[in-house]
Write a protein that binds this ligand. Structure first.
Ligand code: TXA
Ligand code: MG
Length: 314
């Protein structure tokens, strides 16, 4: 399809219906194709991680049609507002603090107090976002470790079995992922180079910091520069009988006595959807420790265990 022509109404309607029922949809943007889900439904977002085969939970970008929609989800400082005004709609993602009543699920933000927001310019994506009227979480629509897709056919061949449909918006004009800039008050940090040059960004924001300047202790690899939600409480793993004063987070039908159960039926995708919210709720009770029942290392179980091993070490 010519990206300049208006998308077929039936295609937009089908995409919105699929997103509403929690299914995944391949969506065109001007950068790369995205694997989209309703960002407010944690079970739908968990399906993104399952489909991509990600070994751990990277926080995802929430896509919205305009700045007004973005401001319901994130807190925009004057600098963030200037960047949005200069580059939205377009290939810029802004990482800003979540609003107090942000409806995007914890899993989409990997439990972080910040949220990544983007207003894409692609006319088909714009039509879907306006019709859906809720944020769409979408990483690039490729299997983990594969290059990002710039044609609908790439998404069909790699992830066709996992999506309700792939909306064909033609070849992506930019072909590189968005630039990711974190804004903390009047300080901007370039987290990922992408479809906008550093020069273009700095013309608006002034000199951009690099992640290691902000946090000397942070490992340099991109994607590793984010500290995921770290509980205050100690975390213990593989616990079948919790000690007094511990909160027990169960998994599966054998944990009827647990304080929380990630999935009473033993479904790892459902468990991933609940993980960050339960971790936060348990931590808020200031327990001696948070004890997790055994979780199988299959499917998203591997990503859950990766996350919990880090929490247990910290
Ligand atoms: O062009 C794009 O950005 C495409 C299209 C589909 O919009 N999406 C994309 O998403 O590339 P993904 O998931 O492959 O990359 C998102 C990047 C990751 O590097 C992630 O670590 C970072 O954004 N990110 C997301 N939320 C963050 C947060 N709260 N703090 C820091 N970095 C964040
Ligand atoms: Mg990617």
């Amino acid at each position: 399809m010519d990206p300049e022509s208006a998308p077929a109404l039936s295609t937009v309607t089908a995409a919105v219906a699929a997103l509403s029922r929690g299914a995944l949809v391949g969506l065109p943007t001007e950068t790369v194709y995205g694997l989209g889900a309703d960002a407010t439904q944690s079970t739908a977002v968990a399906r993104i991680f399952a489909a991509k085969g990600r070994p751990h939970f990277n926080p995802l970008i929430s896509h919205v049609p305009d700045l007004a929609a973005a401001q319901k989800l994130g807190v925009f400082s004057p600098l963030a507002t200037r960047l949005a005004a200069a580059f939205w709609p377009g290939p810029l993602t802004l990482v800003v603090p979540r609003t107090a009543d942000c409806p995007v699920c914890e899993l989409a933000c990997a439990g972080l107090p910040t949220i990544a927001l983007r207003v894409p310019s692609h006319p088909v994506m714009q039509a879907v976002l306006q019709a859906f009227a809720k944020p769409v979480a979408a990483p690039s629509a490729n299997l983990s470790g594969r290059p990002s897709p710039t044609l609908a056919a790439h998404v069909e061949s790699e992830l066709g079995a996992h999506v309700a449909l792939v909306v064909d918006g033609g070849p992506c004009a930019v072909g590189l992922e968005s630039a990711v800039v974190a804004v903390d008050g009047e300080r901007a940090t370039l987290l990922r180079l992408g479809g906008l040059s550093r020069e273009a960004l700095e013309a608006v924001a002034g000199p951009l910091m690099s992640p290691h300047e902000v946090d000397q202790a942070a490992p340099p690899a991109p994607g590793m520069v984010l500290r995921h939600y770290a509980p205050q409480a100690l975390v213990r793993l593989n616990v079948t009988a919790p000690a007094p004063g511990e909160i027990w987070i169960g998994f599966g039908p054998d944990c009827a006595a647990a304080d929380f159960n990630l999935s009473p039926t033993g479904d790892v995708t459902e468990a991933a959807a609940n993980l960050f919210a339960y971790l936060r709720a348990a931590d808020a009770q200031k327990p001696r420790a948070i004890a997790f029942a055994p979780i199988p290392a299959t499917g998203l179980g591997e990503a859950i265990l990766d996350r919990l091993h880090r929490a247990a070490e910290g």
